[in-house]
Design a protein around this ligand. Structure first.
Ligand code: CTP
Length: 393
């Protein structure tokens, strides 16, 4: 397919009620800039019309092994041009066929002749899914390197409730995003700060904030997934270190500054997610401050801005900032991006995001603003990594 597309996907559709959801999946990909070639089994055409898929993808749908393209080699040509084949829905019968390496219709032949990854979104009755034969086929397919997304649990077309519903198109879309961007940061060194800082007032009290560290840790996981060598410098956070990530713990903004500056110049990317305290007590008492009837005044000194210091280095890595605002999100965030001279900044409304598992974000770069609709933090982290990878390339 053409260079102007992000990637070329063959959307395989097999027979099942969930076939109607494949139209929405095609729409999501087209909107996101992918080239989509639909290929349907004969059974699938009883559930959704080829005209619908043709209209959405702008290409005739492949249905027949003995196609009209002339050479009779449609399956070889189509599978060679694809970056990925996704079969959604994948019926129990189709999974059985793939597990055995059979090729008796166009879609199964495309899958067998492919030179690209294959992803299946199974959809079937819960008993069919639970059947040992299907589970055996599933295990074989996973062993063969086939990617599986879903199925979900819920109400089924047959009226029963259980595991077997096809994953929602948005979830399949996200799984493909994650897979296609696997390795996009390979060979890159990425430094990430996360969590709050803690500025001691005395040995038992201090100034901190509500940052949980979840977003920074999710980004460390996503950058690692994308193949980067990741260093995480974390303020106090009760989170497990993502697999394969080197983590260094710090407490204060000054410690975080020193840890970051020690390795920043050797990095390709710096992602500053930490909620660094802007001020610290001028002096931390060596002993616990005793209560008295008098008002207590704390003298606060400004902390150094870690992100701005890294961005100002002579050989600065590509710097990504975060902005937590409570109002006028785009205006304040863009002003912050300009002031700290950042090529990319991720903005959110603090009251909706702090400590939460889900976040609605906006990425700002030289081309404008790019909304990332509400999703869990790992999904958002993968989207941020995809965006970052595109800017780096
Ligand atoms: N940041 C930093 N060092 C600081 C303060 C902030 O590295 N001492 C980084 C954060 O990690 C984030 C970005 O700067 O990537 C924005 O931080 P934020 O606190 O929202 O902005 P401030 O510049 O501190 O402005 P304000 O608090 O007035 O909103």
């Amino acid at each position: 397919m053409t260079d102007t597309h992000r990637a070329s996907i063959i959307l395989g559709i097999t027979g099942g009620v969930a076939a109607y959801k494949a139209a929405e999946l095609a729409r999501l990909w087209i909107k996101a800039g992918y080239a989509v070639q639909a290929a349907m089994t004969e059974a699938a055409t009883h559930f959704v019309g080829t005209a619908t898929l043709q209209a959405l993808t702008g290409r005739p749908v492949l249905t027949d092994l003995w196609g009209t393209a002339g050479s009779g080699m449609d399956h070889i040509h189509a599978s060679r041009q694809a970056d990925l084949i996704v079969v959604a829905p994948a019926s129990a019968d189709f999974m059985a066929k793939l597990a055995q390496g059979r090729a008796d219709d166009l879609l199964s032949t495309l899958c067998l002749a492919r030179a690209c990854p294959l992803m299946l979104a199974p959809a079937m009755n819960r008993e069919m899914w639970a059947n040992p034969a299907t589970q055996r086929n599933l295990a074989q397919l996973i062993e063969d390197g086939v990617h599986i997304v879903g199925p979900d649990s819920g109400e089924q077309a047959c009226g029963e409730t259980g595991l077997g519903r096809m994953s929602e198109p948005q979830a399949i879309f996200e799984a493909v995003e994650a897979m296609l961007f696997d390795g996009v940061l390979s060979g890159k060194k990425v430094l990430i700060t996360a969590g709050p800082t803690y500025e001691p007032i005395d040995p038992v009290r201090g100034i901190t904030n509500l940052s949980s560290g979840k977003m920074g840790y999710a980004l460390a996981a996503a950058a690692r997934e994308a193949g980067a060598e990741v260093t995480l410098i974390s303020g106090p956070a009760a989170l497990a270190t993502p697999a394969g990530v080197s983590r260094f713990n710090v407490t204060t903004a000054n410690e975080m500054f020193d840890a970051v500056m020690e390795c920043a110049a050797k990095q390709d990317v710096f992602i500053s997610v930490a909620a660094v305290a802007d001020y610290r007590p001028a002096e931390a008492g060596a002993q616990k401050i005793k209560k008295s009837e008098q008002p207590l005044t704390l003298n606060l000194l400004p902390n150094k801005d870690i992100l701005a210091s890294v961005a100002a280095l002579p050989k600065a890595p590509f710097c990504v900032g975060f902005a937590a605002e409570t109002e006028k999100l785009l205006e304040h965030a863009e002003a912050k991006r300009q002031k700290k001279r950042l090529p990319m900044l991720v903005a959110n409304l603090a009251q909706h995001t702090l400590g939460a598992d889900h976040a609605e974000l906006v990425v700002l770069d030289d081309r404008g603003s790019h909304p990332l609709p509400a999703a869990d933090k790992l999904t958002q982290a993968r989207r941020i990594v995809s965006h970052l990878a595109k800017l780096l390339s």
